[in-house]
Design a protein around this ligand. Structure first.
Ligand SMILES: [Zn+2]
Length: 487
């Protein structure tokens, strides 16, 4: 299968690492500094065989954009800002169906409602495309400090973790700051619960303790592992997310605690106290379930077989409601499609909305999409999965000629301060399309608070400003319309 070309090493929450892409180099600045995505992951160059879908790209400058699309952009922006239907619908979905973990009824009920609503709205080719997804169920869980004093610690098991025995695991906690310290003190770890107390630097770096912590702790004989939540701020909210095991190494339960409680345990142990906790988890991995990618289209008027695909992921973790991660991305792109439809702006090529399933703990929606549609001609893939905040512009990975074209298109977004194009773009769900040389784009937002809420009980609709959602939809609608319409 062609996907082995792109070894998906891991899906880590909402970011995928693309490893060992055959023959593709990580991009660097002229000074040799690696170019990283917003979450700190390397950006790879696309195959140079990627074709340029437009004729005469040299003339597609900002003057051309103003002349050809200035009016359309103004209409799109005005239309996007005139009501808050997208936000109302996001609230409706999040509050009615709740969190949307793969394999859950919540997710499938939300998808049923989305499909029905999109059909009622009159979108074209609305359909669900079946995808088999993993079904992990959290169950009851708790973490209690039993000495030096009784103290309840809010916790969240990490997605994919095994359960503890019924009575829990009670053991002394060994606190380490990083993997190097664990290696140095490996002899002390046997029979203990290892707490990785790694401070948040950037998501891509800190998330390693979540994804690999159980493997590394089990390797040195630990009976369970905890992490300091991957969070840039905390109100004692633990953050869940994906983790993995390695076949040759015993599986141990793996959970997250809030940063405040990691500090507390570290403080106690540093001054010589023995800290013991009882960790109880009843998580189960059930047989795979059937979910769906949600598809709707605006068929192209001249080259309907050429496709700009855009979307977000409809699944979420099983805490909060996944409002920022990633209902917001779904509703911004859905609204973008709606705006174009309502304004009668039918581009030359097809714009396809795809709300992918199972990004969080499997990426099977994105993988299925790429495989199922691999013989279609995608000219651009776009994803919004970094939260909905004030938009600033776009990230792009693809041919330099196309970067120039989209930078020129970005000037249409000066009225909403979203004109900036930066090198390096993409998203987990569209990353499987890299194997087919499809250029990758994402929206860039003011995301300094994203990791306050990411994968927590607090990821609720109140974290999204309806005006930001509208601005994101406007920016996406303009960029996708131009990308799909250029001669
Ligand atoms: Zn996400």
């Amino acid at each position: 299968m062609r996907l082995c070309l792109i070894a998906f090493a891991f899906v880590l929450g909402n970011m995928t690492f693309l490893h060992a892409q055959s023959g593709r180099k990580p991009l660097t600045t002229p000074a040799g500094t690696p170019i990283l995505t917003a979450s700190g992951e390397p950006v790879y160059e696309l195959s140079s065989t990627a074709t340029i879908p437009y004729t005469n790209v040299a003339q597609l400058d900002s003057v051309f954009m103003q002349k050809s699309y200035g009016d359309a952009a103004k209409r799109i922006i005005a239309h996007a800002l005139k009501d808050s239907i997208a936000y109302s619908r996001l609230q409706y979905m999040c509050y009615t169906f709740g969190s949307r973990l793969s394999g859950s009824q919540n997710l499938e009920r939300a998808i049923d409602w989305l499909l029905q609503t999109m059909k009622t709205d009159g979108h074209e080719n609305v359909r669900g495309e079946d995808v088999k997804v993993p079904a992990w169920v959290r169950g009851e869980e708790s973490c209690v400090m039993v000495s030096p004093r009784p103290y309840t610690i809010p916790m969240l098991g990490l997605g994919g973790s095994i359960a503890t025995p019924a009575g829990g695991i009670t053991a002394e906690v060994m606190v380490v700051r990083d993997f190097a310290e664990l290696t140095r003190r490996a002899a002390e770890a046997k029979g203990k619960i290892v707490l990785f107390n790694a401070p948040f630097t950037r998501y891509g770096a800190t998330v390693r303790y979540r994804s690999e912590g159980a493997i590394r702790a089990a390797e040195v004989g630990a009976v369970a592992s905890l992490i300091r939540s991957v969070a840039s701020y905390s109100m004692r909210t633990p953050h869940t997310g994906g983790m993995r095991y390695q076949d040759s190494i015993p599986k141990i339960p793996h959970a997250a605690i809030a940063t405040e409680d990691a500090d507390l345990i570290a403080h106690l142990t540093e001054r010589g106290e023995k800290v013991k906790v009882r960790l109880t988890m009843s998580a189960q991995t059930m047989p795979d379930a059937v979910s769906r990618n949600v598809i709707a289209e605006l068929k192209g008027r001249e080259k309907p077989e050429e496709i700009v695909v855009m979307g977000g992921h409809i699944d979420s973790w099983d805490v909060g409601t996944g409002a920022l991660d990633d209902a917001g991305g779904c509703y911004a792109t859905w609204k973008a499609l709606q705006i174009l439809k309502e304004l009668g702006l039918r581009p030359r090529r097809t714009i396809r909305l795809a709300l992918w399933t199972n990004e969080e703990n499997g990426l099977r929606g994105g993988v299925d999409y790429a495989e199922r549609h691999k013989n279609e001609k995608h000219i651009l893939a776009f994803e919004s999965d970094g939260g909905i905040f004030t938009p600033q512009g776009f990230g792009f990975t693809g041919a330099p000629e196309l970067l120039k074209v989209y930078t020129a298109a970005g000037t249409l977004l000066h009225p909403i301060q979203s004109a900036a194009l930066k090198v390096g773009g993409g998203g987990a769900d569209i990353s499987p399309l890299v194997a087919y040389s499809v250029p990758q784009m994402n929206i860039e937002v003011e995301n300094s608070k994203y990791f306050w809420f990411h994968h927590t009980q607090a990821d609720m609709p109140d974290k999204i400003d309806p005006l930001d959602l509208n601005k994101c939809a406007a920016a996406i609608a303009v960029m996708m319309y131009v990308a799909a319409d250029l001669p």
